[in-house]
Design a binder for this molecule. Structure first.
Ligand code: HEC
Length: 414
């Protein structure tokens, strides 16, 4: 079956072209029914293009939170130079930079230690996941509004121009992003709040802290490889990606609209209009089109991985939960905290499941695993090998050293 490819899907043009080629295949009376499947599987190109633009650039009006409440525009324009921004994990979209700027970065004439350069990058719409409004105040370009988009946490770049500067990779969790440290820059927060945010570290975020006041940061998950999976978050709180999009868009980003979940006792309305509901179908289509990236050539030992696959299906018993094409039983059941290898939580944090609607965990899908260490919802396993060792210990699997190492190679091959 023809699938969308992560790497050639980044422009409206290629979306339309891909859709057209499938249409043509179909129109020419494609000889086998895999063609019909391909036709059915390709969503409307316009919807995908809209979804991509929303994913990258739409704030749902969350300037209400990031500007009016947190006053991030003040701190960005006065204290966040590009070097600092890159150090806290913000990424720059090289495709948005005109040649004069790329040349200037290369020859040093663009000052990466000046906050004015950050403002200039925001004006070019080149900072991944941030939307800034730049106006001339007293004859000077000034950042007057700032908001965030899904791409802030769920996109990164390929570093093809320089570390932190390159082509967008949508759906890849930004594991360099120190979201807590960024929020803690806000002049509107108390020292106690800042201390919590600063405790999270890079690649982590607590998507409940502002709802239940508990502190137990989670790894930022990838947003690819979700097609066909009906438990989207690590605890399977929603059965569709739109549940999570609404949750994040309203309660975390601070966009205009309403999120209600009586199971969690959460009922949040921001603003007086709804700037998210109508956008959910396009966002969903785009997210579900994002495929897990294949492992880079040479990044694992193929022979060991083949042996590891047998461990996965055999003595490791992994397949009893990591089953099917996406390697998860998430569509049929969730698991109690007592069944998962990742609890107890580190640093005495309360069980994340206890803070969820289901009180359970979803078996994590495993495709593209190589791309997003550390593993488990709380990041307690730094490497694939550590994941295997954790299972081996906690579930007393009795794997040999060779089996542990082969199984780790298999995980890296997915
Ligand atoms: C009882 C069901 C079950 C079994 C058996 C099981 N897993 Fe898991 N697995 C889960 C659940 C649930 C999670 C999610 C835990 C979390 O979010 O912390 C998970 C998470 C993972 C992750 C982390 C994925 C990520 O995105 O961070 C890896 C890797 C993994 N399992 C590999 C394995 C391997 C290898 C085995 C066999 C040795 C195995 N699992 C056996 C249920 C299971």
């Amino acid at each position: 079956m023809k699938r969308w490819n992560q790497y050639d899907r980044s422009t409206v043009k290629s979306l339309a072209a891909a859709s057209m080629s499938v249409l043509l295949m179909s129109a020419c009376g494609g000889s086998d029914h895999s063609t019909d499947q391909a036709f059915a599987a390709v969503p409307d190109a316009r919807l995908l293009a809209d979804g991509q633009a929303l994913f990258r650039f739409d704030t749902f009006g969350d300037e209400l939170h990031w500007t009016d409440t947190l006053r991030m525009h003040e701190v960005i324009r006065s204290a966040v130079d590009p070097t600092t921004a890159l150090a806290i994990g913000l990424k720059v979209d090289a495709d948005a930079l005109p040649a004069s700027v790329t040349l200037g970065i290369r020859d040093g004439s663009v000052d990466l230690n000046s906050p004015a350069t950050t403002v200039a990058l925001l004006k070019l719409n080149a900072v991944v996941g941030l939307q800034g409004k730049v106006e001339v105040v007293d004859g000077k370009d000034t950042l007057t509004r700032v908001g965030i988009t899904f791409a802030l946490c769920h996109s990164t770049v390929d570093n093809s121009f320089a570390p932190g500067i390159g082509k967008r990779l949508d759906g890849w969790a930004n594991r360099d992003l120190n979201a807590g440290a960024i929020i803690a820059l806000s002049p509107a927060l108390s020292a106690t709040m800042k201390a919590v945010y600063n405790s999270w570290g890079k690649g982590k975020y607590d998507p409940r802290f502002n709802q239940d006041g508990e502190n137990g940061p989670q790894v930022i998950p990838p947003a690819y490889g979700l097609e066909g999976i009906h438990s989207i978050t690590s605890t399977g709180d929603g059965d569709d990606v739109s549940y999570w999009n609404r949750y994040v868009g309203i309660t975390q980003m601070g966009g205009h609209g309403t999120f209600v979940d009586p199971r969690l006792g959460i009922d949040v309305t921001n603003g007086t209009d709804d700037r998210i509901s109508a956008k959910l179908p396009a966002l969903r289509a785009y997210q579900l089109s994002l495929l897990p990236p294949p492992p880079p050539p040479g990044s694992f030992d193929a022979d060991a991985a083949a042996r590891g696959q047998r461990v996965f299906a055999g003595v490791g018993k992994c397949i009893s939960c990591h089953s099917g094409a996406q390697m998860t039983d998430a569509n049929s059941r969730l698991h109690l905290p007592s069944e998962v290898a990742s609890e107890p939580e580190p640093d005495g944090a309360p069980s994340y499941a206890s803070r969820s609607a289901t009180k359970r965990y979803r078996t994590a899908p495993l495709r593209g695993l190589w791309q997003h260490p550390p593993y488990f919802h709380n990041g307690t396993a730094a490497t694939a090998e550590q994941v295997v060792r954790t299972y081996n210990d906690k579930q007393a699997l009795g794997l040999t050293e060779a089996e542990v190492s082969d199984l780790a190679q298999y995980l890296k091959s997915l």
